[in-house]
Design a protein around this ligand. Structure first.
Ligand SMILES: Cc1cc2nc3c(=O)[nH]c(=O)nc-3n(C[C@H](O)[C@H](O)[C@H](O)COP(=O)(O)O)c2cc1C
Length: 200
């Protein structure tokens, strides 16, 4: 499947087949490929919780508007980010790069994020957004389906997954096999409404 087809065919699916299984190797490959997505300064600040435990899935579903896909999809990922990834051994993000780049970029990381909580949080959401789309397109390529979700109680889900103090949740993604065709896309704005040339 080429990228355009994956983009054109991806939909936010509502109902998933609870008997359809994506195995551990397939899930690992999906995540290994998806985490090749870009992050600013290569800080890879995303942290992914794959929820396998069925009782935990049920509790998350209760905090997520009772959305069936939370329990029924083969895979459920909570995409989180470490707000302090920038300060946790940043040299590792440029290990093996030419020394010139290491000397330039490692101090630049510090300057970009230190004392800037809004930037740290924005970066968390940017990185997870990139990761989310990669997960969904890679899933599409496999013939699977997906749904991104922010329809849940972030504090409650954070408690359920033991979210560390300096981490945030960005969104959840369900991946599996849909049980029904999605209805045609609705309400798409025209390019004229959303694209501008040079300035607003
Ligand atoms: C960040 C984000 C959160 C979303 N949350 C939910 C959700 O909680 N439940 C749901 O059924 N769909 C959710 N959606 C799906 C959107 O409603 C859907 O992407 C949009 O209506 C466009 O439909 P399409 O993705 O099928 O083209 C979410 C999408 C995004 C990007």
């Amino acid at each position: 499947m080429n990228v355009s087809t994956a983009i054109l065919e991806r939909r936010a699916e509502k109902m998933f087949d609870p008997t359809f299984v994506i195995n551990d190797d397939q899930a690992t490959e999906l995540l290994a490929n998806a985490t090749l997505s870009p992050t600013a300064f290569n800080i890879q600040n995303w942290r992914i919780v794959r929820v396998k435990d069925t009782a935990l899935r049920q509790k998350i579903r209760e905090s997520a508007w009772n959305q069936d896909k939370v329990t029924d999809a083969s895979l459920l990922f909570v995409l989180c980010a470490d707000l302090n990834a920038w300060v946790k051994e940043p040299a590792r993000y440029w290990k093996d790069a030419p020394q010139m780049y290491q000397d330039m970029l490692i101090p630049a990381i510090d300057a970009y994020y230190r004392n800037k909580p809004q930037v740290q949080r924005d970066e968390a959401m940017r990185s997870c957004g990139m990761l989310a789309m990669s997960i969904m397109l890679l899933a599409q390529e496999q013939g699977w389906h997906s749904c991104p979700m922010d329809g849940f109680d972030f504090d409650a889900v954070g408690k359920l997954i033991n979210l560390p103090e300096d981490h945030v949740i960005s969104l959840m993604i369900a991946v599996g096999k849909r049980t029904q065709e999605s209805f045609p896309r609705v309400g798409k704005l025209t390019l004229n409404e959303i694209c501008f040339e040079d300035t607003f």
